[in-house]
Design a binder for this molecule. Structure first.
Ligand SMILES: Cc1ncc(COP(=O)(O)O)c(C=O)c1O
Length: 376
């Protein structure tokens, strides 16, 4: 990436499989823009905005993630808000993971009925909330929707999908999974975290965005035919909005074709992720509980140190990585979240590890605190 006119090695791009600059993707994007322009289609899907390409992409996505049908969404964030809004009414009860993404939380805000939060990935807490939800649903006559994620994007922890699905033996609920980070990266074929954990059928409604492994815009939701048809005609974010533009749909078709036919891209991503995570651990860095490619590095320091060390990495080592600080994480902690991709090389990882070692030593020595002008 160019930053202030200088080349930087970046660890903060949503491009897991390195498709963004793949020559076939660039060519497909350019050709589709030349063929259609950016304007088509010029209506919502239900009105004049449908095309065989939209439908073909939906059918292929559904098959790939092991569901009967799929529906394209213009954006992941607003899609999830609208899915939640459509699936439940005031009699239904939602049970959800405490570290859910903002799009899930904002979807919950639309819900007129009750919701119960369980502690992040804590199955005991989840069971307790399902008990409460069951008691309430018996009174209201509604159903229960449990919402969690396939891969939590900040910590890199997988949602415990298989264990949640097991709870269906005890409780009557349906499961909605946001697999924004797992689609294309997790599982034997890259179908997602439900494939990785061998519980494809237990996930009733599967959601993923194109913004991560597909390096695109838009998202999709997949599930049983009746559920997807219901969403097709009830999701306000789609009914009352223009469909995804043709160049994006055609570009997504190409990305998806490569995602399916080039397992070497996923293998490369995991090679880079493993090299990076092993190297960081060997150097004594705390990478938390990640069991996916998302690589958080937790450091101790205040806000000044966080911004100064980021600037040091960027200006003096040519390494760009976004930081996360309080209130997203507790005060006194700094989180550098690295997103490995298939576009990184082993040399990139070695260069980053060497820079992180020096940065870590400097942080420990108080360099970023005391020598305030050192990297200014
Ligand atoms: C877990 C999760 N869900 C949904 C989204 C939103 O997706 P989009 O960028 O397609 O709106 C994101 C993106 O940050 C995400 O990480």
């Amino acid at each position: 990436m160019q930053f202030n006119g200088k080349e930087h090695l970046v660890w903060s791009l949503n491009n897991y499989l390195g498709l963004a600059n793949h020559p076939e993707v660039r060519e497909a994007d350019a050709k589709a823009a030349a063929d259609y322009g950016m304007a088509y289609p010029m209506g919502a899907r239900m009105m004049s905005g449908n095309s065989i390409h939209h439908e073909e992409l939906e059918n292929n996505l559904a098959e790939f993630v092991g569901k009967a049908d799929a529906f394209l969404l213009n954006y992941g964030y607003q899609g999830m808000v609208s899915i939640i809004d459509s699936l439940v009414d005031r009699n239904d009860v939602i049970v959800y993971d405490g570290e859910s993404h903002a799009c899930i939380i904002d979807g919950l805000r639309m819900h007129m009925g009750k919701r119960f939060v369980y502690q992040h990935n804590d199955m005991e807490s989840c069971e307790k909330q399902l008990e409460r939800a069951t008691r309430l649903a018996e009174q209201t006559g509604g159903g229960i929707l449990l919402i969690t994620e396939g891969v939590f994007g900040m910590s890199g922890a997988q949602g415990k999908l298989k264990e949640v699905v097991e709870l269906k033996k005890k409780f009557n609920f349906r499961l909605l999974v946001d697999d924004a980070h797992g689609f294309g990266t997790m599982g034997k074929t890259g179908a997602g975290t439900h494939e990785e954990q061998d519980c494809i059928d237990g996930v009733d409604v599967y959601f993923a965005t194109f913004a991560k492994s597909m390096a695109g815009i838009g998202a999709f939701v997949a599930g049983d035919k009746e559920v997807i048809d219901y969403l097709r005609y009830n999701m306000r974010s789609q009914i009352f909005a223009k469909a995804l533009p043709m160049p994006m749909v055609l570009g997504l078709k190409k990305r998806f074709e490569l995602l399916k036919s080039k397992p070497e891209l996923r293998e490369k991503l995991w090679k880079i992720a493993n090299q990076l995570q092993t190297g960081l651990k060997e150097r004594g860095f705390n990478i938390g509980v990640t069991n996916t490619m998302v690589t958080p590095v937790f450091l101790q320091g205040d806000l000044y140190e966080a911004t100064t060390l980021t600037k040091d990495l960027r200006e003096n080592y040519g390494i760009f990585c976004s930081i996360v600080i309080y209130p997203v994480i507790p005060k006194g902690l700094i989180l550098l979240r690295l997103i490995p991709t298939a576009a990184h090389s082993s040399e990139d990882v070695e260069r980053t590890l060497a820079a992180y070692s020096e940065m870590g030593e400097k942080l420990k020595s108080g360099y970023y605190k005391e020598n305030k002008m050192a990297v200014a």
